[in-house]
Write a protein that binds this ligand. Structure first.
Ligand SMILES: [Zn+2]
Length: 432
């Protein structure tokens, strides 16, 4: 309904987004609308009609850790009996492996992400069915092919290389890049981690892995027991650490395996060792914190997530939703509102920067800010009141979940429009 309508002499589409103000970043608000030219922001602060007084343009949100292909999994009980028991519940609720289930899940997940103002994702593709869906959804970001297991590392890595080689054929739009995801220390052999790290460096690809997610993970690395030992036994899977020296510090172990670096993104990091924040800052590895998933698994009972400590050490921390199997939605505004309620020690500006600028740097190379010459990854939101007068007040209202998403643009293309936007709400007209 809001397809671009005009092309200029260069063949680029120009459009005007009429909003009362543009939130450049957590500290800067500019009065007026926004002009797009092709995939970039041409101008901010253009005249806007009075009717747009409740509308604000913001940078698109970045979801640094999500499993879009699990979006149709329903009914997984709350993880009160431990993480490993939840994994078994998840497998039961998911049912027998069926690629179309993952495909449909990824489709639903992409729609939800775009409808809630997300422009970029770090998506874990566990089935091989999600990447093509995500790559053609209009979202940008990284599709991480998940690998795990032990005993056939060479074959797994060869398969992964084939997938990487084939990626351009199922992601022709070029908005989504391939990435690599060795699953977790309790499921993935040290040899696979080493091979994945080598590949990510050789090909310049981002690597992500789940690490320091539970206390049981440490126990498993040390002696192969605990709930993960039982889980592997229940699944009939071999211990991937067999024959490797025990490790008690999961993140230090990853450094030894060559995994940590500017290209790596560690999911969760709920239980870092005392020297891990400095280790991550030194190696420039980033972290994806999943707030409501952290709560779902009962981790707050062991203390707050160490995000403040990580940020203070200079670690880049972005925000993720994790999957629908451990979260009620894939809406990052819900994560922000949850954090406002549960983490008064984190300023709204800190949260906003994490979900825009930090996520963008990790996932899509954008700045995560709205400025002239930047990629037009823009979300139009509407408040039930006039747009607040300062950047600080806008960020306060946004992180409290007071705005609703009207439209989501990715690289200047309208990827989602809410029916509430109305036909005249987002006119796209030729500029100059
Ligand atoms: Zn995950």
């Amino acid at each position: 309904m809001h397809e671009p309508v005009d092309a200029d002499a260069l063949g680029e589409t120009s459009s005007v987004i009429p909003v009362a103000a543009v939130l450049v970043d957590a500290r800067t608000r500019v009065r007026g609308g926004l002009d797009l030219r092709g995939a970039t922001i041409a101008r901010i602060g253009t005249p806007a009609p009075d009717s747009a007084s409740r509308r604000l343009a913001i940078a698109g949100l970045r979801n640094a850790h999500v499993h879009l292909d699990l979006s149709l999994v329903r009914g997984v009980p709350r993880a009160t009996r431990g993480f490993a028991a939840w994994v078994l519940d998840l497998l039961r609720c998911r049912g027998p492996f069926d690629p179309s289930f993952f495909q449909r899940g990824a489709e639903a997940g992409c729609r939800e992400a775009l409808a809630t103002g997300t422009v970029s994702v770090g998506d874990i593709d566990s089935s091989g069915a999600a990447a093509a869906v995500v790559a053609s959804s209009g979202l940008k970001g990284v599709s991480f092919r998940e690998i795990l297991g032990s005993g056939k590392d060479e074959a797994t890595l060869l398969q992964l290389e084939r997938w990487l080689d084939a990626f351009p054929s199922f992601a022709p739009a070029g908005l989504v890049r391939p990435g690599i995801s060795p699953h977790a220390p309790y499921s993935t052999s040290p040899g696979l981690y080493r091979g994945a790290a080598r590949l990510s460096r050789a090909r310049g690809l981002t690597l992500t892995t789940h690490v320091a997610e539970t206390l049981a993970e440490r126990e498993f690395l040390e002696h192969g027991g605990g709930e993960f030992g039982e889980l592997l036994a229940r699944l009939g899977a071999p211990n991937p650490r067999l024959g490797s020296p025990p490790a008690v510090r999961p993140i230090a172990d990853l450094e030894e395996l060559g995994v940590l670096g500017p290209q790596s993104l560690l999911a969760h990091v709920n239980y870092p060792e005392p020297d891990d924040p400095e280790r991550l800052a030194r190696t420039r590895a980033a972290v994806a914190f999943c707030p409501r998933s952290h709560a779902f698994f009962g981790h707050p009972a062991h203390g707050r997530h160490p995000i403040a400590r990580l940020l203070a050490a200079g670690v880049r921390v972005a925000i993720g939703t994790d999957s629908r199997a451990s979260n009620g939605s894939l809406n990052l505004f819900d994560e922000l509102a949850y954090l406002r309620a549960s983490r008064p020690d984190l300023s709204p500006a800190t949260l906003w920067t994490a979900v825009t600028e930090t996520g963008a740097a990790i996932l899509d190379g954008g700045s995560g800010r709205l400025a002239e010459g930047e990629p037009a990854d823009v979300v139009v939101v509407e408040f039930p009141f006039d747009v607040p007068a300062t950047a600080e007040a806008c960020v306060d209202a946004l992180t409290l979940g007071q705005a609703s998403v009207l439209a989501t643009y990715v690289d200047g293309r309208l990827a989602h429009a809410s029916p509430a936007a109305g036909d005249e709400a987002l006119p796209l007209t030729e500029v100059g």
